[in-house]
Write a protein that binds this ligand. Structure first.
Ligand code: SDX
Length: 429
């Protein structure tokens, strides 16, 4: 709290001094917790564009500088030198692990990668053509029907076990959703493989032949996972926090986060973006789509473009673009038409006054789909992979909220409905 800083507010002829708080990084905040009690007014911010919903020490984003820090470490340095599992440790516990700590963490995660055998039967209840996100919402929520020894949110040990289980099992569940959708048998996790390599193996191995993980694809998958791991108070993380504030069990909270992530304005954008790039098809059709995106009546938006916070560039998109070049070069598809359309679309959009004036830049979803497509994933698996990555962020933020012992999240409203009126019985209506 800054003792010397107050925000002065005048409402209905009365003045109020609202205390202010200064962060380690970022803008000061005006503490309005007592505003309603003192001034009998609410604030109004439906998209939370100017609202800090919590204190957090996990991730910092500077939208103007295009800066993303996980526990203070720049995403560019982590992408170049770390691994997704090491970043999971960093996000969960706040510091980079020593070798001993990392070995122990890796062993704990590895030993939790299998799901209860009976969970296999869940999948048979879904149609084969179900979207894998529908399956993941269902199966992850149902984990609370199996892992009763990690449901008590007030027991630090049970919180820890629930965290390990979800970080470890989300890849297995996502891979099972994929295998089920293509009619192939489930592939069990392999403890000898890395976190990213194991996921590729569970998705693409078949019983009839050996599957060797391609190290370049493994590194690209690991980097995609790391880049999506956490992102401050985005829509799905806020969903997890709000669900957690009611005391719901951790599996139910993460299932709520997966449901929110599915939307095309959020995590569903990577699937929508690749489908858009494919629909554009060739570079000569780009102007037609740029015009549609600028036409308010079209209802069309360039998927993978724009961001609530980044008003300069999304540092993750920069790293992702480098990965796209590497992966496609390795696979010998560097003249990939979709990548050519993406790069030309980015070039044209970034020189167009509409996009410049609205500060719209490619976000994390613009290039990720191109890499996942090149790896052989169907577009329906793009958001499940985002969910695997973001699980550690959701859990880290959920743990932070639980230990804060915060109040239940319960926003108010600006009521614009009918005034109080008496019931009218049917004959008189
Ligand atoms: C993710 O929050 C996070 O951190 C999310 C995320 C994470 O890691 O968790 O980063 C992941 O969700 C990335 C975003 C993925 N979504 C998309 O790529 C979908 C396309 N983008 C948009 O729908 C939009 O840009 C949002 C939802 C991402 C951000 O929306 P905002 O901040 O609420 O901005 P807005 O909708 O108010 O748009 C501001 C203006 C509008 O024009 P005006 O009404 O002011 O005239 O910009 C326009 C919009 O019409 N605009 C776009 C556009 N995005 C915004 N116009 C064309 N194409 C777009 N993509």
């Amino acid at each position: 709290m800054c003792a010397d800083k107050v925000a002065k507010l005048s409402v209905n002829g009365k003045s109020y001094d609202l205390p202010m708080m200064s962060p380690v990084l970022g803008p000061d905040v005006v503490d309005i917790r007592k505003l309603y009690d003192e001034a009998d007014v609410f604030t109004y911010d439906p998209g939370f564009t100017s609202t800090a919903a919590c204190k957090s020490a996990i991730t910092y984003i500077d939208g103007d500088k295009g800066e993303l820090l996980y526990r203070g470490y720049p995403i560019e340095q982590l992408a170049a030198q770390s691994t997704h599992l090491e970043v999971c440790y960093l996000l969960l516990y706040g510091e980079l692990p020593t070798k001993v700590q990392m070995d122990d963490f890796k062993t704990r995660i590895t030993r939790h990668t299998m799901v209860h055998e009976q969970m296999h039967y869940f999948f048979r209840g879904f149609r084969r053509d179900s979207h894998p996100m529908a399956t993941m919402v269902g199966v992850v929520g149902a984990m609370s029907a199996f892992y009763h020894d990690s449901l008590d949110i007030n027991d630090p040990w049970q919180r820890e076990v629930a965290a390990m289980r979800m970080i470890a099992k989300l890849p297995t569940i996502a891979a099972m959703a994929y295998k089920y959708s293509v009619g192939q048998p489930f592939v069990y996790p392999k403890n000898s493989l890395s976190y990213a390599g194991n996921f590729l193996h569970m998705c693409f191995a078949v019983p009839t032949e050996d599957y060797v993980v391609n190290p370049v694809l493994e590194k690209a998958m690991d980097r995609i996972m790391m880049l999506h791991a956490d992102h401050e108070q985005n829509a799905s993380t806020s969903t997890v926090r709000l669900a957690g504030s009611s005391g719901a069990n951790p599996f139910a909270c993460i299932a709520a986060g997966i449901a929110c992530l599915w939307g095309p304005a959020h995590g569903g954008a990577n699937q929508a973006c690749l489908e858009m790039l494919r629909e554009i098809g060739t570079v000569d059709r780009i102007p037609e789509y740029i015009a549609k995106a600028k036409d308010k009546n079209s209802g069309f938006r360039l998927m993978g473009f724009g961001h609530r916070v980044y008003k300069n560039f999304d540092p993750r998109a920069t790293v992702m673009k480098e990965s796209a070049d590497e992966v496609l070069e390795l696979l010998g598809i560097h003249n990939n038409p979709t990548l050519q359309v993406a790069k030309e679309l980015e070039r044209i959009a970034l020189s167009d006054d509409y996009f410049i004036s609205k500060r719209l830049y490619p976000n994390v979803d613009f290039y990720s789909g191109i890499i996942l497509d090149a790896m052989g994933f169907p577009t329906s698996m793009f958001t499940p992979i985002f969910a695997i990555s973001r699980t550690v962020g959701w859990i880290s933020q959920w743990k932070e909220m639980i230990t804060e012992n915060g109040k239940i999240g319960r926003p108010r409203q600006l009521y614009i409905g009918p005034k109080k009126r008496d019931y009218i019985d049917l004959p008189n209506r």
